[in-house]
Design a protein around this ligand. Structure first.
Ligand SMILES: Nc1ncnc2c1ncn2[C@@H]1O[C@H](COP(=O)(O)OP(=O)(O)O)[C@@H](O)[C@H]1O
Ligand SMILES: [Mg+2]
Length: 157
C-alpha cells in the first residue's frame, strides 16, 4: 500500500482538456472510487496514476516520490482492467509472471513470487492451464497478476 497524491493534475488530448487540475490525497490503505459520467476522465486519471498516460501538467506523487514522468514499472502499481485482460496464448503461470517480467526481474526471482501468488489465490493446481480453461473466479484471481500490487513486494491482491 502507498499514499497517492495528485497536485493540479491536468490532461489534454490535442486542444481538448479532459482533466482540469485535480488535487487529491489518497491515504495509505484508503479505498477510493471515482464516479462520474462516461467521458468525464475517470479512466484517463487512473491511467496517468499508473503511468500509462502522461500528464500534461501537475504532479503525481506515490509515497512521497514524484512519479509524474516515471515508467509504469517504476511506480510499484498497476491497473486491473474492467475488460477481460488475460494473455490468452500463455498459461496462468505466465499471466501471473507478466508484470514481473516487465519490471525486468530475473526468472529465479520471478518463480517464487509467482508460486506465492498462486498459493495465496489458490491457483496452484491451475498454473499450467490456459485462461480459457478457467472458471470465472479463477480467471479473475489470475487477472490480479503478481506485479499488480507492487513489483517490489511481488505479492498480489
Ligand atoms: N487517447 C485519447 N485521445 C483523445 N481523446 C481521448 C483519449 N482517451 C480519452 N479521450 C477522451 O477523454 C475524455 C475522457 O475519457 P475517459 O477518461 O475514458 O472517460 P471515463 O473513463 O470517465 O469514461 C473523453 O472525452 C475521451 O473521448
Ligand atoms: Mg472509463
Amino acid at each position: 500500500m502507498a499514499e497517492v497524491e495528485l497536485r493540479d493534475v491536468r490532461k489534454s488530448f490535442g486542444a481538448v482538456q479532459v482533466i482540469d487540475g485535480v488535487n487529491l490525497t489518497i491515504g495509505d490503505g484508503a479505498f477510493v472510487v471515482f464516479v462520474g459520467p462516461s467521458g468525464s476522465g475517470k479512466s484517463t486519471l487512473l491511467r496517468m496514476i499508473a503511468g500509462l498516460e502522461t500528464a500534461s501538467g501537475g504532479k503525481i506523487m506515490i509515497d512521497g516520490h514524484d512519479v509524474t514522468y516515471a515508467e509504469p514499472a517504476e511506480r510499484g502499481i498497476a491497473m486491473v482492467f474492467q475488460s477481460y485482460a488475460h494473455y490468452p496464448h500463455v498459461n496462468v503461470y505466465e499471466n501471473i509472471a507478466f508484470n514481473l517480467r516487465l519490471s525486468k526481474m530475473s526468472r529465479p526471482e520471478i518463480d517464487p513470487r509467482v508460486k506465492e501468488a498462486a498459493r495465496i489465490l489458490r491457483l496452484e493446481a491451475l498454473l499450467q492451464r490456459a485462461p480459457a480453461q478457467l472458471s470465472g473466479g479463477a480467471a479473475s484471481a489470475c487477472r490480479h497478476r503478481a506485479g499488480d500490487r507492487a513489483p517490489s513486494q511481488g505479492v498480489p491482491v
